[in-house]
Design a protein around this ligand. Structure first.
Ligand SMILES: [Fe+2]
Ligand SMILES: [Fe+2]
Length: 174
């Protein structure tokens, strides 16, 4: 049983995860337009991941007998500058999401909602990984600078990323 406050906060997070997906889809489109296929692939994978995050919370609200209420999704930017600037924006956005997840955990503690607190643990861990990935790519992009060859190598590496559905989702289905 979820409190009204908790349902409302979780619904807002569904919206933020869908917005994250939309933002990364926009970055993927931008990368394709700029001829950076690897970057486009990386952001497409992020788009898929963010949709699974949204659906994870969506399913949880339903499982707990709450009502999912979808909200308008904000329009994402369409111009992102250099690949480095794009990843800096990505990290900044992920840090904002991390803060939102922490606020949700705080609310769950305040509401003595142990189920939601445990449910949110997955997201706490996920955010550590997301920020680490972004930091790693930012470091690489700073290393290669604006040099064409280096950028080509990073683009090639990002082309190898594949979407793997979160383990807990497949466990649930098993
Ligand atoms: Fe997410
Ligand atoms: Fe994310």
């Amino acid at each position: 049983m979820l409190s009204e406050r908790m349902v409302e906060a979780l619904n807002k997070q569904v919206n933020r995860e869908v917005y994250s997906a939309y933002l990364y889809l926009s970055m993927s489109a931008y990368s394709t337009f700029k001829g950076l296929k690897g970057f486009a692939n990386w952001f497409m994978v992020q788009y898929q991941e963010e949709m699974t995050h949204a659906m994870k919370i969506y399913d949880y609200i339903n499982d707990q007998g709450g009502q999912v209420k979808l909200m308008a999704v904000q329009q994402p930017p369409t111009e992102f500058g250099s690949p480095l600037e794009m990843f800096e924006k990505t990290l900044e956005h992920e840090k904002f999401v991390t803060k939102c997840i922490n606020d949700l955990v705080n609310l769950a503690i305040e509401e003595k909602d142990h189920a939601t607190k445990i449910f949110l643990h997955w997201f706490v861990t996920e955010q550590i990984e997301e920020e680490a990935n972004d930091n790693e790519i930012i470091a690489k992009l700073k290393l290669v600078g604006k040099e064409g060859n280096g950028l080509f190598m990073v683009d090639k590496e990002l082309a190898t990323w594949v979407f793997t559905p979160p383990a807990t989702v497949s466990e649930d289905e098993a």
